[in-house]
Ligand binder design. Structure first.
Ligand SMILES: Cc1ncc(C[n+]2csc(CCOP(=O)(O)OP(=O)(O)O)c2C)c(N)n1
Ligand SMILES: [Mg+2]
Length: 707
């Protein structure tokens, strides 16, 4: 590996004004420093625009017009102490916090030496562990929930610490549900979060009055209890700085969240792919041009005699040169090697597929149900690790703690978390609002801070509001930041049907949608013992995990297990051959394991010369290809069975791979048994017809045996 300059090395060669300034004492030198940062921001944009036109970088989004409020925000906070969730327009903010021009250009050219993403993210996707700038993504508004999780972590880790979390977005992003979920949570818990809305009047081409009822986000949120609202002319640096200092001080004092509504302009269109002349009239553009934050501050500096025209030109010349040098340096850097594309998808520190997680059970006590075992495993891990927080809808025993002595407690709609609040307190097991993106988004913020969140989505059928958080944030945080940040949260999700009455919104499967996500681990236990071992591995691991729990299997008598010990773990990616046989392999998981065993027994009775092997995958991503291959090479016939729908389902991938890699071992086609390509219905007759049954397995199995 070539030696690239480290982030601190890059920073040493770049001077920024990060000393704390008191608003009342903004002296000339500090105003000049603010101007330098604002001017640098604009010049980097201009240079990037040029480089994009020359095809030397591949995308450009500018901070032009936002520099005053951004630099003010950066200078009002303490990088490396406070926490930052920025958005793509925050160049001035990132500069004020300490990201250097060189770092910006390294990301622009997509260099291997890009400290923020290793050439993986577009420019202006800020990240620095040292400065506490969390790797940003592109989905508008999703960062708000991470900020809430981050502020929650501040409180959990050290209630007296006065660090503040700053989260920013444009005006348009406030229409996203995540913004409202985050505001709800921040006000509910009085978290120390500054919400900075940089309102440039447009979301790409949509003017703010067509986006926000009444056209003013700060007016719209007036009913949120405990929310301090501040509105400011965001092109006026001094006003912006005073406002940001007030907002930050309010949070530091523990007085609750603040929303700063800053009005700015956007002179360079939305991005280089956009031309605002197509939707903004000339008069409006001219009026915006008269509010350029750089010109306003220049005017102040000269009028007060802090500098003159030639002084300004000197400042500009120095910065022009610095920017030019930074760009030239970045352009000379090597691209990432193509063999690096898979690095930092999963933790390089803890390999949950390794034999380190292979443990022998030390059984004790009476057999327990799967749901009891999950409950017990959670409690054991919480005793062992105070960083584990369990939360979700109805997971606590009682939100009103004072009545705990009088009531039995709820502990989840399936009782998987019963007693955890009672034993560990409301700080460690608590109810959340009904907001699935909020559950996962908060988990992301907590995990970024080194906590181990174990969130619950009440039913798989309701996981969809969290999809953006799972796929575009939790699963790719490590990859997109090239290993600097990660979100090793565990999300537990009851799933599946065969409930007689569960119907359309309490019985669906859909695991293949998640196994399709790089960076996410997906496991699915069929019995109490596996649930214990896999859950413990998930919690002790360092990757984000979707932990699927089949509702129908929670309380079955047949899949119970005595307690296997407090250190029992199962590595991910290791299947369990639950029955050995020589003439047909059934590959299955979840509720289909028992059905496959029943079908195997029936087929063997009807075909005495045949024996059937049943493999419970347990872990869906990664999955145990060696176990599948070894079995199919012996039996030469294979049936893949799952409860989720057939088409584009989980079995399609396994079948394709078997057809590709084991073709010469096959004596029959690769068959699949799965749900019909429809929804799970309420009427039990319909549910039976829709979901795969033992007879379906027998029919397909015997077809293969006879082939
Ligand atoms: C979830 C999501 N939807 C759509 C987009 C495409 N998109 C990128 S920026 C943008 C407009 C954002 O406007 P605003 O929040 O006002 O920020 P501004 O760019 O004006 O600073 C849109 C629609 C996206 N990135 N993410
Ligand atoms: Mg906007």
């Amino acid at each position: 590996m070539p030696a690239y300059p480290s982030e601190p090395e890059l920073r040493r060669s770049w001077r920024v004004a990060t000393e704390e300034i008191h608003p009342a004492q903004l002296h000339p030198a500090q105003l000049l420093d603010a101007y330098r940062l604002m001017y640098t921001s604009r010049r980097i944009d201009d240079r990037e625009v040029l480089l994009k036109r020359q095809n030397k970088i591949y995308f450009q989004v500018s901070g032009a017009g936002h520099e005053a409020i951004q630099v003010a925000a950066g200078l009002a906070c303490r990088p490396g102490y406070d926490w930052f969730h920025l958005y793509y327009r925050d160049r001035g903010l990132a500069l004020a916090l300490g990201i250097t021009p060189t770092q910006m250009f390294l990301q622009g050219v997509g260099a291997a030496a890009d400290t923020m993403s290793g050439g993986r993210q577009m420019p202006s996707h800020w990240s620095s562990a040292e400065l506490h700038i969390v790797s940003g993504s592109s989905p508008t508004g999703s960062q708000y929930l991470h900020a809430v999780g981050c502020a929650h972590a501040t409180r959990y880790l050290n209630e007296n610490k006065d660090e503040v979390t700053l989260v920013t977005s444009g005006d348009g992003a406030t229409s996203e549900g995540e913004f409202w979920e985050a505001l709800n949570l921040a006000c509910l818990h009085r978290y120390p979060v500054v919400f900075l809305i940089e309102d440039n009047g447009y979301a790409i081409s949509v003017p703010v009055e067509h986006q926000t009822p009444g056209g003013s986000i700060s007016k719209l949120v007036s009913g949120f209890p405990g929310l301090l609202r501040l509105e400011v002319d965001g092109v006026d640096f001094e006003a912006s700085y005073r406002t940001m200092c007030e907002a930050v001080a309010h949070c530091r004092e523990g007085l609750g969240p603040v929303l700063v509504h800053a009005h700015c302009i956007r002179p360079y269109s939305h991005s280089l792919s956009d031309d605002e002349r197509n939707y903004k009239c000339a008069a409006e553009r001219a009026s915006e041009a008269s509010r350029d934050p750089l010109e306003i501050l220049q005017h102040v500096l000269i009028e007060r005699g802090y500098t003159d025209d030639s002084g300004l030109r000197d400042i500009q010349r120095v910065i022009d040169l610095e920017v030019q040098e930074a760009a030239d340096f970045a352009l000379a850097q090597a691209a990432p090697t193509v063999d690096s594309v898979m690095t930092n998808l999963y933790s390089p520190h803890i390999d949950i597929t390794s034999d380190a997680f292979l443990a022998q059970p030390e059984f004790r006590g009476e057999p327990r149900t799967m749901v009891d075992t999950i409950n017990q495993t959670l409690a054991e891990e919480m005793r062992r690790n105070p960083r584990i927080l369990v939360f979700g809808e109805d997971v606590a025993d009682a939100s009103r703690e004072e009545i705990l002595d009088e009531v039995k407690g709820k502990g989840g709609v399936f009782k998987a978390t019963l007693g955890l609040q009672r034993e560990f307190g409301g700080q460690r097991c608590f109810n959340t609002p009904i907001a699935e993106a909020g559950i996962v988004g908060r988990a992301i913020g907590l995990a970024l801070r080194g906590l181990k969140p174990v969130g619950e989505i009440q039913f798989f059928d309701y996981i969809w509001p969290a999809m953006m958080q799972i796929r575009d944030e939790m699963a790719n945080m490590r990859w997109r930041s090239n290993g600097v940040w990660s979100c090793p949260a565990v999300i537990r999700v009851p799933i599946g049907g065969y409930l007689t009455g569960g119907s359309v919104y309490h019985s669906q499967s859909g695991e293949s949608i998640f196994t399709h996500i790089p960076g996410l681990r997906v496991v699915f236990a069929s019995n109490a013992l596996d649930a214990c071992g896999l859950l413990r591995t998930a919690i002790r691991g360092d990757d984000p995990v979707l932990f699927l729990e089949h509702k129908k299997l929670y309380r079955e008598p047949y899949n119970r297990s005595p307690h296997p010990g407090e250190n029992f773990t199962i590595p991910f990616g290791k299947a369990n051959t639950v029955k050995h046989g020589r003439h047909l392999t059934i590959i299955c998981y979840g509720a289909l394991v028992k059905k496959s065993l029943d079908a195997a027994a029936l087929m063997e009775r009807r075909n005495p010369a045949k024996t059937i092997e049943v493999i419970d995958l347990r872990s869906l991503s990664p999955y145990d290809w060696p176990a599948i291959a070894a079995s199919v090479e012996r039996t030469n016939r294979v049936l893949i069975a799952h409860e989720d729908v057939l088409s584009w389902g989980y079995g399609a991938e396994i079948a394709a791979r078997i057809a590709d890699e084991l073709f010469s071992s096959l004596d029959a086609p690769v068959a699949r048994v799965a749900a019909k390509d429809t929804w799970v219905a309420y009427n039990p007759l319909l549910e039976d017809a829709i979901l795969p049954q033992v007879e379906d397995l027998v029919r397909e199995g015997e077809r293969l045996l006879a082939y």
